[in-house]
Ligand binder design. Structure first.
Ligand SMILES: [Fe+2]
Length: 176
């Protein structure tokens, strides 16, 4: 009898862990950040920003969620970031592109790890918008980057989670 109770308690504890994890990834709207001086409207629709020949490839993937943890199908995500030298393409659309999340709110971006530039640690800019929702402008950062502590805009809650080498995950929570 005692053993059964213990087993039940253990099972209960094990079940609580993923639920707590889920509560942390959504529930709070992703913090907004400045778009900075380098946003360009009308980026091309594409999920890969790879040009060829880059050394530091990155796949950034995740889900767009509502504050009550429901996926946002067809959410718009518009990404832009600097190149491997820390420069933005302000004439064309290199390292700029938008895409729509799938029916489960999932997105996937193939790109490179951008370089830092004076005053800024490594980051990726993004605008995320639920269909007919308010645009959320923010930035995503790289965990363990030494530049993070020197950058006044850096926020630990905007760090992507490294899943494996060259891959990162970030779930956006937007109002609908
Ligand atoms: Fe930037």
């Amino acid at each position: 009898m005692r053993l059964t109770m213990r087993r039940r308690q253990l099972l209960g504890a094990a079940l609580l862990i993923p639920l707590e994890g889920l509560a942390q990834t959504c529930g709070v709207i992703t913090p907004r950040q400045t778009e900075g001086p380098f946003f360009s409207p009308n980026s091309p629709q594409r999920t890969s920003l790879i040009e060829g020949g880059e050394k530091t490839r990155l796949v950034l993937a995740g889900t767009v969620l509502t504050p009550d943890c429901k996926p946002v199908p067809n959410a718009l995500l518009d990404f832009w970031h600097s190149d491997e030298q820390g420069a933005y393409d302000n004439r064309g659309f290199r390292y700029r592109g938008h895409q729509h999340a799938d029916a489960q709110g999932r997105y996937r971006l193939e790109t490179i790890v951008p370089a830092e530039y004076p005053g800024r640690t490594r980051h990726i800019h993004v605008k995320v918008q639920a269909p007919r929702g308010r645009i959320l402008t923010t930035q995503v950062y790289f965990p363990g980057d030494p530049g993070n502590k020197r950058d006044g805009l850096y926020l630990p809650e905007l760090e992507l989670k490294r899943t494996k080498a060259g891959e990162g995950n970030f779930d956006f929570v937007v109002s609908v």
